[in-house]
Design a binder for this molecule. Structure first.
Ligand SMILES: Cc1cc2nc3c(=O)[nH]c(=O)nc-3n(C[C@H](O)[C@H](O)[C@H](O)COP(=O)(O)OP(=O)(O)OC[C@H]3O[C@@H](n4cnc5c(N)ncnc54)[C@H](O)[C@@H]3O)c2cc1C
Length: 373
């Protein structure tokens, strides 16, 4: 595709998403909110996007995708986030599990799972973190032992977003011991309705239930549900994290706050300092969007842009934090309750630099990669 065609296609896709979200919003089918990709769950909306070919957009057509580029996907995700649309049902599956299975999964697993992500039928949660393995993810203790026809899973995951609504979990488990802790890890797809899976809610600072603890007690997983190579889970999950960290949600999850800041700055008119602050935020946003497009371009080139994605997430989180703080300067927030645009974003903001990898961990990853290059 040449550049002009790419721009035109992206424009059409953006228009399509804008029309759809405007229609749903104007008919009261959703209210825009910050952090919608994690908190705003509506299976019907995800299925509507799927029916219009707006999720699984990069997947091959034979698996129900649209065979488009990651750059085009980025145009769609930017518009959905700008609209604060209810996209949590498909976000994780579409963003990283489909691509991981397409890169590493067996043909059988691809045929079973990928079309179901593309249709909005399979809802995924991410079973990576454990009570003793957050930043130090390679320390996971959840175990998978080989049994006749598959694997038996035992363990405990935590902070598992939308596990209470998911049909499937991506699971990182230990299949081998001895040697480096990074060795002997394996990725699985587990049915959330299988015997032995139990989910307990965790309520966050805002009083919302979006993440959970998940326990696996002698859960049987068929052999073909291994993603890729047994024991090579670490290499694969690092690659997957570039999909998790390198998207527009690391920059635009508090977009409704930026809109409010814009409106209020214009209304107050003569506050030059506020204008200067807004100007610097908009300039940072422009740089971050370029970085998003670079990451998407690298994915289109078949790379796993681990370092750029970490940099994007680190800088994007800082930007989002500053947007929320900037609104405070307008005075508009003095009366704002927890359900206001500001209140919702403020209560969500401590998690920005934790989820998907803590800020300090991203910095050391970036530094290590730099030292290697
Ligand atoms: C809203 C939200 C949603 C989440 N959803 C999911 C999900 O769906 N699935 C999932 O698997 N996980 C999920 N997580 C978990 C997330 O990935 C972890 O919180 C994150 O990896 C940090 O791990 P931890 O909470 O155990 O913190 P810890 O690892 O205990 O770290 C706490 C702090 O210690 C410091 N620290 C730790 N290690 C280092 C280091 N090496 N160098 C310097 N400083 C360090 C950092 O300041 C860090 O913030 C979610 C988290 C949040 C907040």
């Amino acid at each position: 595709m040449d550049h002009t065609q790419g721009v035109e296609t992206c424009r059409e896709l953006r228009e399509q998403v804008r029309r759809l979200t405007a229609d749903w919003r104007s008919t009261g089918r959703y209210t825009p909110r910050s952090d919608s990709w994690l908190r705003s769950f509506d299976l019907e909306f995800s299925k509507e996007l799927a029916a219009r070919g707006l999720i699984a957009i990069t997947y091959p057509e034979e698996f129900g995708g649209a065979g488009r580029s990651n750059v085009e996907r980025l145009a769609v995700t930017e518009e959905l986030l700008r609209a604060g649309a209810p996209v949590a049902a498909h976000w994780i599956g579409d963003r990283q599990i489909g691509p991981a299975i397409l890169r590493h999964g067996s043909r059988e697993l691809q045929e079973e799972i990928v079309p179901r992500i593309a249709s909005g039928e399979a809802v995924f949660c991410l079973g990576m973190s454990e009570p003793e393995a957050g930043s130090d993810l390679a320390s996971v203790r959840t175990s998978a032992e080989p049994v006749d026809g598959g694997w038996r899973i035992n363990g405990h995951k935590i902070w598992t977003t939308q596990a209470h609504r998911a049909t499937h979990a991506y699971l990182l488990a230990r299949t081998g011991r001895g040697g480096r802790k990074h060795d002997g890890l394996t990725e699985f797809v587990v049915d959330m309705h299988a015997d032995g899976v139990s989910v307990t809610p965790i309520v966050d600072l805002a009083g919302e239930h979006h993440f959970n603890e998940v326990r696996f007690e002698n859960v049987l997983v068929p052999a073909h549900r291994v993603i890729g190579e047994v024991g090579a889970g670490w290499r694969q999950v690092v690659e997957q994290l570039s999909f998790e960290r390198g998207g527009a949600e690391r920059v635009l999850s508090s977009y409704p706050v930026l809109v409010e800041l814009l409106t209020e700055t214009a209304r107050q008119g003569d506050d030059r300092e506020l204008y200067a602050l807004l100007g610097s935020l908009v300039a940072r946003l422009a740089v971050l969007r370029r970085l998003c497009f670079e990451v998407a371009g690298a994915m289109d080139a078949g790379q796993a842009p681990v370092q750029q994605a970490a940099a994007l997430k680190y800088l994007g989180n800082a930007f989002e934090h500053d947007v929320v703080e900037a609104l405070r300067r307008t005075g508009l927030t003095r009366e704002a309750g927890p359900d206001s645009v500001f209140g919702e974003a403020l209560l969500a903001s401590p998690a920005f630099s934790l989820r998907g990898g803590a800020a300090e961990v991203l910095l050391s990853l970036i530094a290590r990669q730099e030292a290697r290059s």
